[in-house]
Ligand binder design. Sequence first.
Ligand code: ASP
Length: 440
Amino acid sequence: MNIWMKICIALGLGLKRNGHIFFGLLAGIVVGIFLHAHENPIVTQILVVIGQLFIRLIQMVVIPLVISAIIIGITSIGDNKQLGKYGTKMILYYALITVAAVGIGAFLALTFKPGANAIQYVNISSAVEIQHQVAHAIEAQQGHLTGLFLSFIPKNPLESIAKGEMIPIIVFGLIFALALAKIGEMNRPIVSFFESVFAATMKVTDWIMALAAPGVFALTATAVSSFGMEIFNSISSYLLVLLMGFAIQFFIVYPVFLKIFSRVPVMMLFAAMAESMMVAFGTASSSATLPLTISCCERAGISHKITNFVLPLGATLNMDGTALLQTVAVIFLAQMYGIALTPIIVIQICLLAMVASSTSAGIPGAGLITIALILNGLGLTPEQLVAGFALLYALEKVTDMFRTILNVTSDAIVAAAIADNENEINYDLLNNPQEFKEII
Ligand code: ASP
């Protein structure tokens, strides 16, 4: 049986194991399409409330989880040498996966030229409201690359925690955890405290997952009902190129990556991650999905040490799906406005997409806005920028749901590869589900 067939079967089995969530997702798509055709504000309102309830509940545990996970992860790795090794490997693997994503995005966008005839669809006078929103967001991003990097160092960690700013929280968590690791036995009271916080937040996550099926249902239905279906026809080639890119990254790059760098059977990992992938699709937020990603990876046999260190950082910094989208989107806009795409410009776009994606927060829509960082040097007028963005915006929700699946899955791929390299994976657990063994 070839590997793709095995992956599809494993995914199918993973979905079956979480059949209630999968059912919620499918029902959400159907109800969303229905609501798009027959508006019903009351039903939509109820769905929005259910969806938000689910998202808010998981967001509630993210910050205590991230801080405690990083502290436990780093202090349990302990010595500097090992930490350096894990850290270097993590950065290298995340970078490699993102290089593949931007490479695929650039190749597909340059080959299929989705922006070539799109200019006819830019109607400067339409979608004024969206254009206003976009204009504000772009303005906030432009020319602020240095300021952006400085803002990663929190002046006041408690303020960052209160505002939910993930990167500054992680920077503080990392430095604090390194210091705890350095002071040895004296760190016991604080580490035990965070061990309890971690265990309790994972327990709360379990409880919240009881709401996963209605939550994913409601989120998917509201997202699908708000899609601008009309735009599908106009820039459908953009959407197709993106979906093709996502599929190549998911079905080819991830398996090849695991094959080269580890002995982890990709189908087992995908099957274990199915629950997390569905929640990523519904919430379009890798941060909100993090608690579940950690629990799926741990159930797949990856040790605490690795999940706690690699996954919170990945959920914030590793955004290969976002980088792929940004590369395609910028090339799309350049093609649409007839800007010459020299090899140097394409390389620049790819490199900037790697930076911009990792500065995007793991929340819905963040990746589209940070594109402004890449567009700075492309010479578009503010009007062109805003009109182009408004066009991409119409497909934002659907692409966000798909790219978040990649952002989350690649975190697990990297965690599994490092766990394998460092003998931190329990293969009995990973290969355990009898039903998989029998079929594959
Ligand atoms: N929604 C994405 C995530 O949370 C980020 C983005 O691309 O907007 O991973």
